[in-house]
Design a protein around this ligand. Structure first.
Ligand code: ADP
Length: 486
């Protein structure tokens, strides 16, 4: 089986969030179980050309965009572990400082940029001789690919037997554009209806993927159910409900090469569930990094995009309360200006309690996961969430809201004393959050109990192997829908 994973961000080339972790690790895990997987993404400026030398000259492509053709190329490099990475190049679109936009908003030509990417993928396959059984598309930036498969490119020889899988990593970002962008895509107005890509008068690219892909998935079982309801569906709940028989939930694995405390070179010392002494070194190292004294006051960490999704409104609401508890808080994040300012203000008001670093810093993210005692994830919604999983791997106890993948991966230690791995609250509410944090703080001094919670989390298996096998079953399902045995 040959699979092409298409994504707007893929580790180790470009990353703003969990999408890149997943689409980086999945092709490698697929290769390990015998699937010939490659990946394709835009050739951004941030792609490190010294680390990833290009193989030979790229292949030129011409991509129809509205009434004109836009030139570009597809370059090849090595993603590691036998995975070929293809980079769709057009420096005007992708040779920019950021992937999607600046702090002040999205790039205004995002529809054009990702239409170029999607149609570029189709044109490249058409002309290059590469053949894939499955195109696995991820989030709105790649959602036009399944649409093209069933419309403009339907019946073209290289695509005749190709199945499409579309995975929703975050329904909060749908690729919504004004209807005047439709002609750019080359698609006809007949598709601009509520059964197609229209969404209350606008063009909704995510919806195209949801309507046209053979099989749909999202990144946890709970989220796959939640998005069929108005609370989480962001207006697409009806489409998702209609396609519920084709919709699956597969929880993300984590990449052990990147995230494992026994081998991680970014942290002060290595450790394991058998010998946690290295974690104490990491803890001291982190306290020193933030100028805190090396004592036993519990440390609560939080890393993430500073957006409403990640629950920063709740963090802001409980900030003063938190500063009055016996706890230290370390926050690493970058994102929306209003949350950056709110978090910085907390840090300024309570400097001996709360430390904020506004940055995107991968090495520091590793140090925090290893160095803190507990990790906060009060998300408004969370398709899968990776940091709670990294936390458990690193012997850090997650405090999470029971939503999406958080509900599927963390077990409350008070409700289930024998199996608990963290602390959970249900309602998106400051009082409920305080209660969960209080329960974690109360449990912390009881060392035998705390270490049992820590060890249970560390023992969980979140390797990619199991998830990759589930994806393989989805690919087989998609091929059956295309009339192939699979
Ligand atoms: P999402 O994809 O919604 O952002 P996830 O929990 O699935 O959330 O994945 C987030 C990923 O991005 C994790 O690997 C996390 O460590 C990383 N990350 C987010 N913000 C930062 C930051 N400011 N610095 C370093 N890493 C970050």
């Amino acid at each position: 089986m040959r699979v092409l994973v298409a994504s707007s961000e893929i580790v180790p080339f470009a990353k703003t969030g969990g999408l890149a972790d997943v689409t980086g690790a999945l092709p490698k895990a697929l290769r390990r179980i015998g699937v010939e997987a490659d990946c394709i993404l835009p050739f951004y400026r941030c792609v490190d050309r010294d680390r990833f030398p290009l193989k030979g000259p790229g292949r030129a492509i011409r991509v129809p965009l509205g009434h004109r053709d836009e030139a570009g190329s597809v370059e090849e490099t090595d993603a590691g572990d036998g995975v070929r990475a293809f980079l769709v190049r057009n420096d005007r679109y992708f040779g920019r400082e950021f992937l999607y936009g600046t702090k002040d908003g999205d790039y205004i030509d995002n529809c054009e940029r990702f239409t170029f990417f999607c149609r570029g993928v189709m044109e490249w396959i058409l002309r290059s001789g590469f053949r894939y059984d499955i195109l696995h598309c991820n989030d709105w930036q790649t959602a036009l690919i399944p649409v093209y498969m069933k419309t403009l490119y339907a019946g073209h020889e290289p695509f005749r037997e190709t199945g499409t899988v579309f995975t929703v990593h975050n329904l909060g970002y749908q690729g919504l554009f004004w209807n005047h962008d439709l002609p750019l895509t080359g698609l006809g107005w007949d598709l601009f209806t509520p059964r197609g890509l229209e969404f209350y008068g606008k063009l909704n690219l995510m919806k195209g993927g949801l309507v046209f892909a053979d099989v749909l998935s999202t990144v946890s079982a709970t989220y796959s159910r939640e998005i069929q309801t108005p609370e989480y569906g962001y207006g697409l709940e009806g489409v998702l409900y209609e396609r519920r028989d084709d919709l699956y939930g597969i929880v993300n694995g984590i990449d052990d090469k990147e995230w494992h405390p026994a081998t991680d070179r970014r942290i002060a010392a290595r450790y394991s569930a058998e010998d946690l002494s290295g974690k104490a070194d990491c803890r001291r190292d982190l306290l020193a990094e933030f100028g805190f004294p090396a004592d036993d006051v519990p440390i609560l960490g939080l890393i993430g995009r500073l957006t409403a999704q990640k629950g920063f409104d709740l963090v802001e609401q409980i900030g003063e309360w938190l500063a009055g508890q016996r706890v230290r808080v370390i926050i690493l994040g970058a994102g929306e200006r209003k949350y950056e300012e709110a978090m910085e203000e907390l840090g300024t008001r309570y400097p001996d309690r709360i430390a904020i670093r506004i940055a995107y810093d991968d090495a520091l993210a590793h140090k925090i996961e290893a160095g803190v005692d507990m990790y906060l994830m009060p998300s408004l919604y969370e398709p899968c969430g990776l940091n709670q999983i990294y936390s458990m791997k690193y012997g850090t106890v997650p405090v999470v809201r029971a939503t999406g993948g958080l509900a599927d991966t963390v077990v409350d230690a008070d409700a289930d004393p024998e199996g608990g791995t963290g602390f959970i609250f249900r309602r998106y509410d400051a009082e409920d959050l305080k209660d969960a944090v209080s329960r974690a703080l109360a449990a912390f001094p009881d060392r035998p109990r705390w270490e049992a919670i820590v060890r249970r989390g560390m023992a969980l298996d979140f390797s990619w192997e199991a998830s990759a096998r589930e994806y393989l079953r989805l690919y087989e399902r998609a091929l059956r829908k295309r009339g192939r045995k699979g």
